[in-house]
Design a protein around this ligand. Structure first.
Ligand code: UDP
Ligand code: MG
Length: 319
């Protein structure tokens, strides 16, 4: 099979029929053998009925139905798991991504030898409000810097193409769908490219990712990934180093404070205690709490990665 198209969706009943027809047209024109896997992420509308009736008419259409809404990353994870095509293409269900890009994406993977090709939404300014585009720019600049993938402008584009091997060897969990290129790079797939793609305004329904918390979460995820990439296998290198450093500074400070006090006592000079100023305690407490929180967050992430249940999603039906 040439291509698997994976479509995560949450309440997109109005778009599915048109999206499928469009994909089918492109695939037939280019004589691809393919499958379309709709991953229904706990939709509460009629999305699953649409998928079921499509699957009845067209044998190349498959569906995975989550019992509840887990998020886009878990949906992609299960789609990746099921994908059989040589090239795997992910696409949003809301008709914002154009299936017309599929042949060129396929060519870039198979002929140019890319491991992963990410879409780059060219004309998004027309559709999206500034409150979305400016944080997105900032987000991408940071992601480029931290991940070291310098040629990507749009990490979070839903339209991406992968060599099959890539999707079988990365684990998209939590909300990590924003950083799949980084996950792929960490797994050793370094030939990562970009293709400018057409992007339309959402036709039906509302965006499922609204508000500022997505950026906060996005940054926290990025820090987590960077940590796991840099120190995940050797946390002692960083925590041991910082811990030793802080301890040494504290130790030297104690010697200095004690020494000065002794010197003052010895010479009969009056001296205010360092510990008599409140700032000393405030700074100390904040440092301790901050360090502890950070370590706790990191440890939590490590534990969640190693837990057996991390990718147990409740799939109620497969067709
Ligand atoms: N999506 C999903 N589960 C969720 C949220 C979103 O499967 O919990 C799907 C959604 O149906 C769409 C894709 O992820 O197919 C991208 O979502 P959306 O278009 O709302 O994001 P935006 O384009 O606004 O960033
Ligand atoms: Mg969208």
């Amino acid at each position: 099979m040439d291509i698997s198209v994976i479509i995560p969706l949450f309440n997109e009943e109005e778009s599915l029929g048109e999206l499928h027809a469009w994909i089918k047209r492109v695939m037939d024109e280019n004589h691809f053998t393919y499958e379309v896997i709709f991953v229904n992420d706990g939709s509460t509308d009629g999305s699953w009925n649409v998928i079921e009736s499509l699957a009845k008419q067209y044998p190349e259409v498959h569906g995975i139905k989550f019992r509840r809404n887990y998020g886009k990353s878990p949906a992609l994870y299960c789609g990746f798991d099921a994908a059989q095509g040589d090239v795997v293409i992910t696409m949003d269900a809301d008709l914002q991504d154009s299936p017309d890009e599929i042949p060129e994406l396929y060519r870039m993977i198979t002929a140019d030898g890319y491991d992963l090709v990410s879409g780059f939404k060219m004309n998004r300014k027309k559709g999206d409000p500034l409150s979305k585009t400016i944080p997105t720019k900032l987000f991408n600049a940071t992601a480029r810097k931290v991940s070291g993938i310098k040629n990507l402008h749009d990490f979070n584009c839903g339209l991406k193409a992968y060599r099959n091997e890539v999707v079988k060897n990365i684990e998209v969990y939590g909300e990590m769908h924003r950083y799949i290129p980084y996950l792929a790079k960490n797994a050793g797939f370094t030939k990562i490219g970009e293709k400018p793609v057409h992007h339309q305004k959402r036709q039906h329904g509302k965006s499922k990712f609204m508000g500022w918390n997505r950026f906060v979460n996005g940054y926290l995820d990025l820090i987590s990934l960077w940590f796991i990439d840099s120190f995940g296998l050797k946390p002692m290198h960083i925590f041991g180093f910082i811990g030793t450093l802080i301890f040494l500074v504290g130790f030297l400070a104690v010697i200095a404070v004690g020494g000065l006090k002794l010197w003052a006592l010895h010479h009969g000079v009056a001296r205010v205690l360092v510990t008599d100023t409140p700032y000393f305690y405030i700074a100390l407490t904040m440092m301790i709490i901050g360090t502890q929180l950070f370590v706790a967050g990191f440890l939590g992430d490590m534990i969640s990665r190693n837990s057996q249940e991390r990718n147990n999603y409740q799939v109620s039906k497969r067709i």
